[in-house]
Design a binder for this molecule. Structure first.
Ligand code: SAM
Ligand code: SF4
Ligand code: SF4
Length: 547
C-alpha cells in the first residue's frame, strides 16, 4: 500500500478537481480518528458529499481535541446550517461561547433565514458591537427590532445612527433610519419619504390573456410626465421598485427610468413582464443591472396551452428570448435573478415537475406558483379536487420541490397545501364516524375547539410588545391597474389617482395615508383585504422590504 501521506495528497488533489467520490474512496483507506489531518480531510469530503451527520460527528471529535481550530469550527457551523439543524447549531455556539464576530454574523443570518428573529437579534447585536460601521447590518437589526415591536430599542438605535456622519451624509441611509424611527414612534405624518414603489407604467399590452383584468379596461393609459418626475424625484430614497404593466416595454419612458434607477446602488428593481418584448438590446441592458429581479410570466411550458393562456403570444419567441437572456447573463457575468411566475390552474397543476426541468434549462433561479384569480376574486383552489387527484398533485409537487432544491431553485408556493387538505378530509371522516357516539362527547369536542382558538389569540397578544399590523403605509406607494394609488396594491382604500392628482408630493401625508397609519396602529383592518386579514399575506411581506 502506498504511504499514507501520498494517498492524502492524492485525495486533496481529487477534491480540488471536484472529484469528491474519488477523494472519498482514497481517504476511506487511510481514515484514522487519532490522526488529526487525515480525519479533518475525511470529514471535509463527507461535507462535500452532503453526508452532514457523519461529518459533524468527526468534526466535533476534532473540536474536542483542538478547541482553537477555526477551520473545524467553521465546518461544524456549515454542516449544521446545510443540514438545517438549527437547534444543535444554537447549542453548539452557546456552549462554546463563540463570540467571534464573523461567526456571530453567519449565525445571525442563519437564524434570520429560519425566521427565528429573536435568536438572530442576539448575534446581530454581538456583531455590531465590534463592527459599528457595518451600516447594512445595523439597518437590518433596526428593521428586525421594529418587526418584533421592540420600539424603544429601535428608537435608541436610530437615534444613535441618525447623528453618525455615515448616515447623515447619505440621503438613502438617512431616509431609511428616519423612516424606521418614525415607524417605531408611530408617527402618522412622516418626514421620511417612501422606500418602496410599485409602479404600473401603462395598461397597454401586446397580449390579451383571457384571465387578465388589464385587457378589460376601456381606456389605454400610461403614466403622465408629472408622475414620472415624481418617481425620479424619489429614486434616491428607494430600496425597492417594481415595474409592471400592461407591458413595461411599451412605455416609451421606461428606458430612462430604468437607467436612472440603476444609478442608486441600494435600489433593487423588479421587472414583471411577459418577456416577449425583451430584444437583445434590452436583454443586454437588464443583465448589466446590479440588483435586479426579472420576473417573466410563463403559464405553461407546452406550446398549445401557453398560446391559449397567453393570447397573441408565440412560444417560439418566448424560448428565443429566454435563450438570449441566458446568453447575456453569461456574457455580462450578471448577478440578476430570473424568476418564472406561473399562474396556477387546471391547465398546469399537473406539470409542476416539468416546469422545474424547464427552469433548470433556462437557468431560472426562482419559481412563483400563485393561484389563478377568477370572477368575484375567487382563487383557484385544490379543495375542489378528489382525493385521488390530490394524491397525484401532491406527488408531483413533492417531486418538483425535491428537484428544485437539488438544483438550488427557490420555489415560492402560494397555493393551498394538498397534504393539509387530505389530512383535513381524513379528520372530518374520522369525526363523522365518531358521531355515532353520545351527543355529550360532541359537546365536549366543540368546547375544546373553542377554547383552543381563544388560547391562540391570547398568545398573539402576549408574545411581544404591542406592534402595528403592517408597515406598508409607512413605506410604500403603489399604483393599481386602473391608475389608483394605495399603500400596497392589496389595500382596499385608494389614497389618490394618478390620472387626476394635482400634487404627487402631497400624497404621502394626505388624510387617507394618515388614516391608514392610524388604523394599523390601532389594529383596525377595515381597509385591509381578506388575504391580509387572514394572514395569507405573511407578516414579513407586511413589514420587511427586501428580504
Ligand atoms: C397583470 S400582469 C402584468 C405584467 C406582464 N404583462 C405579465 O404578464 O407578467 C402581472 C401578473 O399578473 C398575473 N395575472 C394576470 N391575471 C391574473 C389572474 N386572473 N389571476 C392571477 N394572476 C394573474 C400575470 O400572469 C402576471 O404574472
Ligand atoms: S401579458 Fe400581462 S398584462 Fe398583458 S394581458 Fe397578459 S397578463 Fe395581462
Ligand atoms: S395589511 Fe395588507 S391591506 Fe392592510 S395596509 Fe397592509 S398591505 Fe394594505
Amino acid at each position: 500500500m502506498e504511504e499514507k501521506s501520498v494517498i492524502l495528497e492524492k485525495a486533496k488533489k481529487e477534491q480540488q478537481l471536484g472529484n469528491y467520490q474519488k477523494s472519498f474512496d482514497l481517504l476511506e483507506q487511510i481514515f484514522d480518528i487519532e490522526d488529526y489531518f487525515t480525519a479533518f480531510e475525511y470529514a471535509k469530503i463527507l461535507y462535500f458529499l452532503k453526508q452532514y451527520e457523519k461529518a459533524i460527528d468527526i468534526f466535533l471529535t476534532l473540536n474536542e481535541k483542538n478547541k482553537e481550530d477555526r477551520n473545524v469550527i467553521d465546518f461544524i457551523i456549515k454542516c449544521y446550517k446545510e443540514n438545517n439543524n438549527i437547534e444543535d447549531l444554537f447549542k453548539f455556539v452557546e456552549t462554546k461561547n463563540l463570540i467571534d464576530t464573523k461567526v456571530s454574523l453567519e449565525i445571525a443570518e442563519t437564524f434570520f433565514d429560519d425566521k427565528q428573529y429573536k435568536a438572530a437579534i442576539n448575534f446581530y447585536e454581538q456583531y455590531i458591537e465590534k463592527n459599528k460601521d457595518d451600516i447594512n447590518v445595523v439597518s437590518k437589526l433596526l428593521q428586525i427590532y421594529n418587526f418584533l415591536g421592540y420600539k424603544q430599542k429601535a428608537i435608541g438605535l436610530s437615534d444613535k445612527y441618525l447623528t453618525d456622519s455615515q448616515v447623515q451624509d447619505n440621503k438613502f441611509l438617512y431616509n431609511l433610519f428616519l423612516n424606521e424611527q418614525e415607524i417605531a414612534q408611530e408617527k402618522t405624518i412622516l418626514k421620511s419619504n417612501p422606500r418602496i414603489m410599485l409602479v404600473m407604467l401603462t395598461n397597454k399590452c401586446n397580449l390579451r390573456c383571457p384571465m387578465c383584468a388589464t385587457i378589460h379596461q376601456k381606456n389605454q393609459w400610461e403614466i403622465s410626465d408629472e408622475f414620472k418626475q415624481y418617481i425620479l424625484n424619489n429614486l434616491d430614497n428607494l430600496e425597492l421598485i417594481t415595474w409592471q404593466g400592461g407591458e413595461v416595454f411599451l412605455y416609451k419612458g421606461f428606458k430612462d427610468l430604468f437607467l436612472k434607477a440603476k444609478e442608486n446602488k441600494y435600489l433593487k428593481q423588479i421587472i414583471i413582464t411577459n418577456g416577449l418584448l425583451i430584444n437583445e438590446q434590452w436583454a443586454d441592458l437588464i443583465t448589466q443591472a446590479n440588483h435586479l429581479d426579472l420576473t417573466i410570466s410563463i403559464d405553461s411550458i407546452e406550446k398549445d396551452i401557453y398560446e391559449k393562456l397567453r393570447f397573441g403570444a408565440s412560444f417560439e419567441q418566448l424560448l428565443k428570448n429566454l435563450e438570449c437572456i441566458k446568453q447575456c447573463r453569461i456574457k455580462n457575468s450578471s448577478n440578476i435573478t430570473v424568476t418564472m411566475r406561473t399562474t396556477i390552474s387546471d391547465e398546469n397543476i399537473y406539470t409542476l415537475d416539468k416546469i422545474v426541468d424547464f427552469a433548470i434549462n433556462y437557468n431560472i433561479n426562482v419559481l412563483i406558483w400563485s393561484p389563478l384569480i377568477m370572477e368575484e376574486n375567487k382563487q383557484y383552489s385544490l379543495k375542489n379536487k378528489s382525493d385521488e387527484d390530490l394524491v397525484v398533485i401532491k406527488t408531483n409537487i413533492d417531486n418538483a420541490l425535491n428537484k428544485a432544491q437539488k438544483n438550488k431553485i427557490k420555489i415560492i408556493y402560494l397555493l393551498e397545501n394538498a397534504e393539509d387538505i387530505l389530512n383535513e378530509r381524513k379528520k372530518i371522516k374520522e369525526e363523522e364516524n365518531s358521531k355515532q357516539e353520545t351527543s355529550f362527547k360532541q359537546e365536549c369536542k366543540a368546547e375544546y375547539k373553542c377554547s383552543n382558538t381563544e388560547d391562540k389569540n391570547d398568545n398573539l397578544f402576549m408574545t411581544s410588545e404591542k406592534r402595528s399590523l403592517c408597515f406598508r403605509p409607512w413605506k410604500q406607494i403603489a399604483t393599481t391597474v386602473e391608475g389608483k394609488l394605495r399603500p400596497e396594491c392589496l389595500c382596499l382604500q385608494n389614497i389618490g389617482d394618478i390620472h387626476n392628482c394635482k400634487d404627487f408630493e402631497e400624497l404621502w401625508n394626505n388624510d387617507f395615508m394618515q388614516e391608514y397609519r392610524r388604523k394599523m396602529i390601532s389594529f383596525n383592518q377595515q381597509w385591509c383585504c381578506d388575504n391580509c386579514k387572514n394572514n395569507i399575506v405573511s407578516e414579513e411581506h407586511k413589514k420587511f422590504t427586501c428580504w
